[in-house]
Unconditional design. Structure first.
Length: 186
C-alpha cells in the first residue's frame, strides 16, 4: 500500500487543481496497466491524511473542490498572509504600467503594435505582465508572421478593482483644462 500512497501523494502534489479519486484511479490504472480499485485509493488517501495530521507538517491533503489537494494548515495562515501581502506590494514599473495601459485600451494588440506605440522594445514588460497574470495570450493575428495577440486577464480587473474593461476611465477623463482661473462667463 505504501507504493500506492507514494504515487497518490506525488499526483496530488503536482496537480494544478484538486484531483478527484476517479482521476487518480485512471492515472494509476494506466501506469500499472491494471485496474486499481477505488477502495485502495481511498485507503491510501486516508493513510496520507493520517500521516500529514502530525504537527511535523505544515500542510495536509484536503478534499476540496471536487478532489484532493495539498493545503496549508490553518495555524500557518498568518505567516502566509504576510508573504502574500508583501508580494502584492511589489509594484509595476512605469514601463510595465505603460504597456499594460496600452493593452487595456487597445486590446487585442500584438507586441509589434505595442512597440510602435511606445517606441521601445516591450519584451520585458510583456513577460512581467504575463508572469503576474495581468495579461494573457488571446490568440494569433492573421497578419504576416501570425504574431501573438495580447489582452487583459480576469486578474487585471481584480487587481485594479473593476468589474470590466468598460469601467476604465475614458480619455476625456484625463483631459487637462488650460488655465481656468475666474469665471468662464466674464
Amino acid at each position: 500500500m505504501d507504493f500506492l500512497s507514494n504515487h497518490i501523494e506525488a499526483l496530488i502534489f503536482c496537480a494544478p487543481k484538486p484531483i478527484a479519486e476517479r482521476e487518480l484511479q485512471e492515472c494509476l490504472s494506466e501506469m500499472f496497466e491494471a485496474e486499481i480499485p477505488l477502495k485502495d485509493i481511498e485507503e491510501a488517501i486516508a493513510s496520507l491524511q493520517q500521516k500529514y495530521a502530525s504537527e511535523q507538517y505544515s500542510f495536509e491533503p484536503v478534499n476540496s473542490g471536487g478532489g484532493y489537494q495539498f493545503l496549508t494548515k490553518p495555524a500557518y495562515q498568518v505567516s502566509i498572509g504576510i508573504l502574500l501581502k508583501q508580494q502584492s506590494k511589489k509594484r509595476l514599473s512605469n514601463s510595465a504600467l505603460e504597456t499594460l495601459a496600452i493593452i487595456a485600451y487597445k486590446q487585442p494588440v500584438t507586441k509589434g503594435e505595442l512597440e510602435q506605440i511606445r517606441g521601445v522594445n516591450c519584451d520585458y514588460s510583456v513577460q512581467k505582465l504575463l508572469e503576474k497574470e495581468l495579461i494573457e495570450i488571446k490568440g494569433k493575428s492573421e497578419a504576416v508572421g501570425r504574431p501573438i495577440i495580447y489582452g487583459t486577464s480576469q486578474n487585471f480587473t481584480d487587481y485594479f478593482g473593476i468589474n470590466s474593461i468598460s469601467e476604465l476611465p475614458t480619455l476625456k477623463d484625463f483631459e487637462q483644462r488650460d488655465n481656468e482661473i475666474g469665471d468662464t462667463q466674464e
